[in-house]
Each structure stands twice: as C-alpha cells, then as structure tokens.
Design a protein around this ligand. Structure first.
Ligand code: ADP
Ligand code: MG
Length: 254
C-alpha cells in the first residue's frame, strides 16, 4: 500500500525489532564481556532476555530479517504507536538493571510520538527517534560524554534529522544514523564514566567501550538494514549480514 521505499511502516518496525532481538542474541556474550570490564557482566543477558520477550509479543510480520515468522500477510495499516508501546513496556517489565528501563523509555516515547500513524517519512521518523532519545536523557539524566548509550543515541538522532532535513531517503538517513552511532560508540572508549555502574570505577572505566552504547549501535545498525525495506518489500535479507562488523569492541584487539 505504502508506495515508495521511503516510509517507516509496521512491517518495517516489526522486522527491525526482530532483527535487533536476533542481533542481541547473537552478540549476547560480547555485550556481557564489555559489561564485565566496567560493570556487572549482565548487559548482554539483560538485553537478550528483554528482546526475546519483545519478539515473542510481536505480531507475525513478514518473514524478513529474523526469518522466524509464520509468513502471514504483512500488517499493513497497523498503527506504530502501540507496537512501540508494547516493546517498551515489555522491556521495562522484563529487564532489571539500568538498560531495561532506559530502552523501555526510548520505545515508549517513540510510541507516544508515532501514536496512530501507520507510515512515517524520513523526517517524521527523525522526529520520533528524537522524542525517544529525549525520553532516555530525561530518565537517565546522562549528558553527552558521560560514557553511556546516550553517546550513541544523540549523534544518531542528530544525523537522522540532518539527513532527513536535507532530503535524503529513509534508507540513506538510517545509514547515516547507524554510522553516527558507531562513531559515538567508539568514542566512549577513552571516556571516564559519569553515570551508571561504570561510574563507580572512576578513572579505571577509561579504556573500555561502553556496553550500552554498543547495544545502541546494534539497534541503529539493524534499523538501517530493515526499516527502509519495510514499505516496498525490499528487506535486505538479514540485518546482521552486510554491515555489522565482526567485533563489537572495535578498539580492542579484534
Ligand atoms: P546495569 O548497569 O544496571 O547492570 P546494564 O548492564 O544492562 O544495566 O546496562 C548498562 C548500560 O546502561 C551502560 O553501559 C550505559 O550505557 C547504560 N546506562 C547506565 N546508566 C545510564 C544513565 N543514567 N543514562 C543512560 N544510560 C545509562
Ligand atoms: Mg550491567
């Protein structure tokens, strides 16, 4: 129904959340290892538990990225708000620790912003993502440079707005956002943590990539691989396939 490959719709969002769940599962131990260095070694486990619960609640969508659906017809005309709300509430209720409520807030605020809309242009999508990021900042009170997921989210939202504002396609805008998230993630390595458990380590937190910023990069990377394909049935066949680099901690001997 939605004409061009250039809008976010429910099929795209469902493919995205499934792809993120699959990617988190595949990289659970790597994420947990990052958290072992500066936290309590549970970030991968936390996110995997939460995203598996989210995936289980998603309506059967296109076979798409994760390839686990029954292949029913795509959910054209499904409003996006409730989809994000379900994801957010599920994360809040299934994930202990800091990241669950923060990712939950991200999705809940995105759901409020998307509300009853069934399709979003690139510019509208940038607005929805920005609303989610604002929610995370409000909830966690982290500033840029505090060595948290905000350090990946903020540049991603900014890149998305900038690309969409200058007329880029949804696909190009999502790619720019993922690249900005990757850069933000890598930039957390030298930082001293000022929020979350890692801040208890003080100066000793420097030299390690932040786990939450790393899972956030996966979130943006899977978005780039799935969202723009939603409308035209051009899912790129595996979010992890083409772009996701081999090692999560790009600065550390991989
Ligand atoms: P916990 O720290 O409770 O064990 P996780 O290990 O699942 O939770 O998540 C840790 C990640 O949460 C950190 O790497 C960081 O990115 C993120 N985080 C922690 N506190 C905050 C905060 N106040 N604002 C934003 N992100 C935060
Ligand atoms: Mg932890």
């Amino acid at each position: 129904m939605s004409a061009a490959a250039g809008v976010v719709d429910a099929a795209g969002v469902i493919a995205w959340l499934r792809a993120f769940a699959a990617e988190v599962a595949a990289r659970r131990d790597e994420l947990t290892d990052l958290d072992a260095a500066i936290g309590d070694a549970d970030h991968g486990v936390n996110m995997d538990r939460g995203m598996q619960a989210v995936a289980a609640k998603l309506p059967a969508g296109e076979a798409g990225a994760a390839g686990t659906s029954s292949g029913e017809a795509g959910p054209a005309g499904t409003p996006l708000g409730p989809l994000f709300k379900t994801a957010g509430m599920t994360l809040v209720s299934t994930v202990g620790g800091a990241a669950g409520p923060l990712y939950g807030t991200l999705f809940l605020e995105m759901g409020k912003a998307a509300a009853k809309r069934t399709t979003l242009t690139a510019a509208e999508w940038a607005g929805v993502v920005s609303a989610g990021v604002a929610g995370v900042r409000m909830r966690g009170k982290a500033q840029a440079g505090d060595k948290t997921m905000v350090d990946a989210l903020l540049p991603a939202a900014e890149a998305l707005r900038e690309a969409a504002g200058s007329g880029a396609s949804l696909a190009a805008a999502c790619r720019a956002a993922a690249d900005a998230a990757a850069e933000g993630m890598r930039a957390t390595t030298p930082l001293v943590a000022r929020k979350g458990r890692a801040s208890y380590l003080g100066e000793r937190s420097a030299g390690h990539q932040d786990p939450g910023a790393t899972s956030t990069w996966l979130l943006l990377e899977t978005a780039a691989a799935t969202l723009a394909g939603g409308a035209a049935g051009e899912h790129t066949g595996g979010a992890a396939g083409e772009h996701a680099p081999g090692g999560l901690a790009s600065g550390e001997g991989g």
